[in-house]
Design a protein around this ligand. Structure first.
Ligand SMILES: NC(=O)c1ccc[n+]([C@@H]2O[C@H](COP(=O)([O-])OP(=O)(O)OC[C@H]3O[C@@H](n4cnc5c(N)ncnc54)[C@H](O)[C@@H]3O)[C@@H](O)[C@H]2O)c1
Length: 371
């Protein structure tokens, strides 16, 4: 498994071990995610190899004797170092195929991490124009504090629809584009060279082991850290953005299902949570789970450049293979908060990542922001 030391990788490794697999983790131990090296939460039975998916020699060593791959290594951030998304996420995936094909390695299946970010602004319904696929919201609209998405044809307010795999994709961030390129690479090279592949378009994954050091925004992590430091969760826009949140345990099961079930071959699947939830609802639930009911989440009027307004995926397609999200948000967020409380030396990492995004111009103020 590439990226196996990470949040989703380590939980997927646990499921694989329970099912009797021998598991090898290949991971560069990205400094920001793993500042202390291999994380202590990894099971003792896994084999570990340090290496970068951009390094052919290291990757070849990791592929030796392997018959299935779960490919999770990725560069994920909001920072504008665009080329890194492509070199890690897309070129790293192409290198995987280059080695398998070039060395005729007997790999029987590759399951890769994609993301719902490939859908870009998503799928909407307009009363007059029907189903539409808007571009990302224009900057002047956001500066004016107008958050909702308009129909690209008549500009009337459009209503979000669940994202489905057959919908057109319009990734509009370097991360989303690199993941879409990953999907094209795995499906097309996979078909061409007879290597079954499946891409998993995860929604927002939540749960234990999500690194505090990863600036990539996990809303539960940021809100929980703030609440445990007696600071209110800060909501971008008006806090009414709709998302779906999926448990890392459910994601780990989905990865192993895709690895084992041939009906998943050469397909993309959403892996999504049970229901649509607003960011404000997440903040309120965490306020209660952290026993900080006196703290009121704050709407900052700021926005994160490149964010989508509403992004909720349907899991119907993977549901047809027998998967469903078992854990509701109350359950996995309670587990997460309990885990955070046990972590030693908690600092307010939120402030640091916030500062980094501000200085990179990712967080911006709208005219609606309180002065
Ligand atoms: N967490 C989510 O909500 C979410 C949502 C959609 C997609 N994904 C995708 O799922 C995958 C796993 O994400 P995660 O949340 O577990 O993140 P994570 O940061 O916890 O894990 C990623 C792992 O990849 C490793 N890595 C990074 N660059 C590497 C490189 N060049 N070579 C080898 N290893 C490298 C990191 O050290 C880390 O251990 C990623 O591909 C990510 O894009 C995650």
């Amino acid at each position: 498994m590439t990226g196996g030391a990470g949040f989703i990788g380590s939980h997927t490794a646990d499921v694989l071990l329970q099912r009797g697999y021998e598991v090898r983790l290949f991971d560069s131990l990205q400094q920001r995610v793993h500042p202390h090296g291999w994380p202590s939460y990894l099971a003792a039975e896994v084999e570990t190899i340090v290496g970068d998916v951009r390094d052919a020699d290291a990757l070849a060593r990791a592929l030796d004797g392997v018959d299935g791959i779960i490919h999770l290594a990725a560069y994920q951030d909001y920072m504008p170092d665009f080329s890194t998304y492509y070199t890690v996420n897309t070129a790293g995936t192409a290198l995987l195929f280059e080695l398998i094909v070039g060395r005729r390695l007997p790999v029987q299946k590759i399951v890769s991490a994609s993301s719902q970010s490939v859908y870009g602004e998503g799928r909407y319904s307009c009363n007059s124009c029907g189903e539409v696929y808007p571009q990302s919201r224009p900057e002047p609209q956001l500066t004016a504090g107008e958050w909702e998405v308009g129909c690209p044809q008549c500009h009337a307010k459009a209503t979000p629809l669940p994202l489905i795999e057959s919908a057109p994709v319009h990734p509009h961030t370097a991360y989303g584009i690199s993941k879409y390129a990953l999907e094209l690479t795995t499906l097309n090279l996979g078909r061409k060279y007879g290597i079954p592949t499946t891409n998993m378009r995860y929604s927002i994954v939540q749960g234990t082991r999500n690194s505090f050091f990863n600036a990539y925004s996990g809303v539960a992590r940021i809100f929980t850290l703030r609440l445990l430091h007696d600071q209110p969760p800060i909501l971008y826009e008006d806090g009414l953005q709709q998302r779906d949140y999926v448990s890392v345990h459910d994601v780990a099961r989905a990865n192993v299902l895709a690895l084992e079930d041939d009906r998943s071959n050469f397909r993309n699947f959403n892996v999504a949570g049970q229901k649509m939830t607003t960011v404000l609802e997440v903040a309120e639930l965490l306020t209660s789970l952290c026993d900080k009911r006196q703290i009121v989440p704050q709407v900052s009027g700021e926005y994160r450049f490149g964010d989508t307004r509403h992004t909720v995926s349907s899991w119907e397609a993977i549901g047809s293979l027998g998967w469903q999200p078992d854990q509701g948000m109350e359950h996995f967020l309670a587990e997460y908060v309990a885990w955070v409380r046990q972590q030693p030396n908690l600092e307010d990492f939120y402030a640091r990542s916030q500062q980094a995004m501000r200085s990179a111009g990712v967080i911006r103020r709208s005219d609606a922001a309180p002065s």
